[in-house]
Design a protein around this ligand. Structure first.
Ligand code: 5GP
Length: 192
């Protein structure tokens, strides 16, 4: 998606460890207008998939997921990384190793919000090694619900997650696909 690639070129910073910093529009400060466009694009790409709910993980997945939910007319549920007083039992949980924080998190979703007839779209901000998506796929499998697709705002195609989702035969849509980082510059798959 050219609009997103242009924004990454303009505002993204490549950090050591193959991390792209985009905290001025995606995962700290958020550009609502851009999120709206991303949500519309997810809705367009998955319009025939029969999706009934969007599944994401807090916190950076929430903004694009909500905008996609708005454009698709379906609810959004996010997995929590921390237990709360109101989220105590009757949970689906999975373990996720965080790429950027390098810690293990248990992610949880209240069982009331995932019913067997559901067909979900998984959305996240980044796809790197696929741990976050795998955690959500694990929860979907335990809940016995169908996964119609995975949508990520940015994928780093050279890391493991892309192949993992593709090998699982799941429709994967990345709005920006990074082929590599070269000398601190982002090379998109569309540049090749
Ligand atoms: P994965 O689980 O696929 O290895 O990594 C995805 C998660 O790690 C995303 O939810 C995202 O928050 C974080 N992440 C992975 N790579 C990057 C990156 O290059 N930049 C930023 N800002 N976050 C990333």
């Amino acid at each position: 998606m050219k609009l997103l690639e242009d924004r990454i070129r303009q505002d993204g910073t490549v950090l050591p460890g193959n991390v792209l910093k985009v905290d001025n529009f995606l995962n700290h400060q958020i550009d609502p207008q851009l999120m709206d466009e991303l949500g519309a694009e997810f809705a367009r790409r998955f319009q025939d998939a029969g999706i009934t709910k969007i599944l994401t993980v807090e916190s950076s997945g929430i903004a694009p997921a909500v905008m996609a939910g708005l454009h698709m007319g379906v609810p959004v549920i996010f997995a929590r990384k921390h237990k709360s007083l109101t989220l105590t039992d009757n949970l689906y949980t999975a373990k996720v190793y965080s790429y950027t924080k390098q810690v293990n998190n248990d992610i949880s979703i209240d069982r009331r919000f995932l019913n067997p007839e559901e067909k979900v779209l998984i959305i996240d901000d980044f796809l790197a090694n696929g741990q976050a998506v795998q955690g959500l796929l694990d929860i979907a499998a335990t809940a016995n619900i169908k996964v119609a697709g995975v949508g990520v705002v940015i994928e780093k195609r050279f890391q493991k997650g892309h192949k993992m989702v593709a090998d699982a035969g799941i429709q994967l849509e990345a709005l920006a696909s990074i082929a590599s980082f070269e000398d601190g510059q982002v090379i998109f798959a569309t540049d090749k």
